[in-house]
Design a protein. Sequence first.
Lengths: 186, 190
Amino acid sequence: MAKLIAQLVLSLDGYYGGMNGEVDWHLIDDDYNRYATKLLQGAQGLMMGRRTFELMEQFWPTHEAMESSPEVAKEMNRLPKYIFSQTLTETSWAQTQLIADPIVVSVEQLKQQLDGDLVILGSGQLVHLLTKHRLIDEYQIMINPVLIGAGKSAFQGMLTTVSLNLLESNTFSSGNVLLRYQLNKQ
Amino acid sequence: MRQIIYAQMVSLDGFIEGPGGEIDWGVPDDQLFAFINEQEQSVDTHLYGRRTYQNMASYWPKQEHNPKASDFEQAFSRQWKQMKKLVFSTTLTEVSWNSKLINHPIEEAVEQEKLSTGKDLLLGGAGLACSFIERDLIDRYHLYIHPVILGSGKRFFPSLPEKKQLKLVDHKVFHSGVVFLAYQRGEGNG
């Protein structure tokens, strides 16, 4: 049974993107890339929603990506990618499976069929849906030292409180803070 | 120079109260309470809006003599009663427990406090914090992040018209899974 890990970069005021999904404020430095590489090297697959996928698809298979962030690029291109979308029908990015079937059932099936870690990158809407159904086993939240003032929250409107257990917390010289939580299934 | 610190228990998704006003998720255990009382040592004034003042004044004064209260709660009760308090309200007519009512503009009151010597000032209450943040008067943000997602409720941070860069200055992890993060206002801006 696979473990589903949601990795999110959040502003201190809790947003994963600006009002129009802007992520230009994300603090991505060498420390962050080292952390991301390690996470991806331990993964068996990636999951994304359409919006995040479209951004990633435009960047990671390019020469620019291989030169600026070779280790992350290697993993992003190597890993099997499971993308949930009702509208995308084709992609040129290798190792990608487009899934139009209902998300919750598909994710449950993938967790059953696969082993190891499946990492969800970004994909606030997907994280919201899967949190609601308690399908995410671990949250890795990277808090940036910035208030963006308004934007999209991955957890807006949960009907019941989600209880977590802190696994670890680290800080980086940039002021980024990593918080790792396990879902408390009680 | 005296600093204005805005401190609260906060959920991972940034709420200080749940949708129904729930705060049970944020009750500190002994280890956290000991830290909070330690933090109080560098503060000599509390700043409150009406609601928070009324909440605090209806609960804390009697805990010192409540046999069911923990040692930490009794200690906090003693400290709280003595602590100098400024209550910002245009509707209250009287306040107790070493409190002073402020019904004139916030900036004036704050300037006066900052010009005088003393320790730091601690602000509790999202409503008052919002007024302070709008006027760029907060120097430090102290977040006690609890391992819980509430989904909605009262936010720690109000909406802002533009980005604010901050500087991480402290980080502590507690047995309960609470993470304490302290941020200083960014250089050249708040």
